[in-house]
Design a protein around this ligand. Structure first.
Ligand code: ADP
Length: 453
């Protein structure tokens, strides 16, 4: 904190803004803070007043630091009742800002002290706060950071009733960003102190947030398994390789999806390619729609939503470790074809294109992505040596079948494949001499079949 503050004072604190999944960020904060709330017998609740943008532009590390500091204070200075976190967006001077309120039913702060707490080293010199107090730096840093995020911090508090901190940040341009209600609500009784099951085996926990790794790892070791940690996908691959060389491979891996260096999806594809046979469970924000199908196609066996529900975690351990020889889902390890193939993929949905590319590259197929009919035609005019051309049906500037007939005229030798959400008209497919139709969702076995012909 002192270091942060001196950097702020010298104007040397740099913020790193990037696209951040708001639900993942909030789920991480809740996973962590819930434990301290529960330790004090308090309820930590999230109340979403409206749908929120799923992607925002923030310095994730610093924003997490702010939320954790304020929620942590709320827990520290509350003896009974609850802490409620709310989030909403609101226009301030034509700019849509992201707001959070953190409200507690604790000690409260006297009016004359309310200004002071945002200044460094100011603490309220009363017995209660000194008995639990820190250095008095947290809120000063939050306030400085929020100013730098073009936001603000406000406080409303009544002694004896509680405090409400309201913060705002500039989330970048969120006009047009997909919005959904965040579901962070916690069913009661979720954080059990002792593990309800006893298991044995080796487990690897992969998450870039140290506190989260330690928390999940703690639950796992309390159930009897041996835990190792990795900070990102690359480190996980090394640990898995090492464990295998030592003759005691991991039976189960819990892996976060969004991590720097190498995320969970890429790591899982790589692990399956290398023949890892154990269970792989994704840790990800529960609100992400359609994630289950996508992840199972990539080689994951299961998904645990964040905030991590300890009962579900123990249940998963029991499934994979206790009697894992029988209950573990058999995972098909794809045969990696040796042929050096090159595919052109026309897909306008960015995520779908990335996933298909990842899957194809895991099967040693070099994949070039184009996202409109026009781009596809241009690419083929300069280079038509692709082994296959995969065409999505609905595109912003046309449809896959019309494009297919055009391409057949221009490049008769091309091997065309249609990717579609529904069975296309068989008559048309026959006319166009299209040999393969892939029905969505695309998965590894569909692509393996396609490659093997
Ligand atoms: P620290 O908690 O490390 O002392 P902070 O800057 O985070 O430093 O907080 C400064 C002071 O503000 C605290 O010591 C406490 O007296 C008061 N304070 C902060 N949050 C709350 C809260 N939710 N309820 C009551 N008092 C609070």
């Amino acid at each position: 904190d002192v270091l942060d503050l001196s950097k702020i004072a010298a104007d040397k604190l740099e913020l790193n803004f990037s696209e951040v999944n708001l639900d993942s960020l909030m789920a991480d904060v809740f996973t962590l803070m819930r434990v301290s709330a529960l330790d004090k017998g308090l309820c930590l609740r999230f109340e979403s007043l409206q749908s929120l943008p799923l992607l925002v532009n923030l310095d994730a590390t610093r924003f997490r630091q702010i939320l954790i500091n304020i929620i942590n204070n709320a827990i520290k200075f509350t003896e009974q009742g609850e802490i409620v976190v709310r989030a909403w967006t609101e226009f301030v001077n034509d700019q849509e800002m992201l707001f959070f309120s953190i409200k507690d039913s604790g000690l409260g702060i006297a009016p004359e002290k309310q200004e002071l707490i945002f200044k460094p080293f100011e603490q309220i010199a009363d017995i209660e706060s000194r008995s639990v107090g820190g250095a008095g730096l947290g809120l000063a840093i939050c306030s400085e950071l929020l100013t730098r995020m073009h936001g603000s911090i406000d406080l409303e508090s009544t002694v004896g009733e509680g405090s409400e901190f309201i913060i705002s940040v500039h989330p970048g341009n969120i006009n047009g960003v997909q919005r959904e209600p965040l579901k962070l609500d916690l069913t009661p009784n979720m954080q059990q102190k002792t593990a309800p099951c006893k298991v044995s085996g080796r487990v690897l926990v992969v998450d870039d947030l140290r506190d989260l790794r330690v928390l999940v790892g703690h639950m796992i070791s309390s159930a009897g398994a041996k835990v190792d940690y990795a900070e990102h996908g690359k480190q996980a691959l090394e640990k898995v390789r090492c464990a295998e060389q030592q003759g005691s491979p991991y039976e189960l891996i819990f892996i976060d999806i969004h991590m720097p260096v190498m995320g969970g999806k890429e790591a899982t594809i790589e692990l399956r390619k290398q023949g890892f046979k154990g269970g792989i469970v994704a840790l990800t924000a529960a609100t992400m729609k359609g994630i289950h199908n996508e992840l199972s196609a990539l080689g994951f066996d299961d998904v645990i939503g964040k905030p991590v529900d300890s009962n579900l975690l123990y249940q998963t351990l029991a499934n994979y470790l206790d009697d894992h020889q029988q209950t573990k889902p058999a995972h098909p390890t794809p045969e990696v074809p040796a042929a050096n193939l090159r595919f052109l993929l026309l897909e306008d949905d960015h995520d779908a294109a990335q996933i298909t590319q990842l899957l194809l590259e895991s099967l040693a197929v070099e994949t070039v992505i184009v996202n409109s009919c026009e781009q596809c035609i241009e690419t083929l005019n300069t280079d038509s040596t692709f082994d296959k051309v995969l065409l999505d049906m609905h595109l912003p500037d046309g449809d896959g079948l019309t494009l297919a007939s055009q391409l057949k005229c221009q490049h008769p030798a091309l091997n065309l494949v249609i990717i579609s959400g529904a069975e296309p008209d068989p008559q048309k497919i026959k006319q166009l001499e299209i040999e393969h139709v892939l029905l969505k969702p695309i998965n590894l076995s569909l692509l393996t079949q396609l490659i093997e012909g």
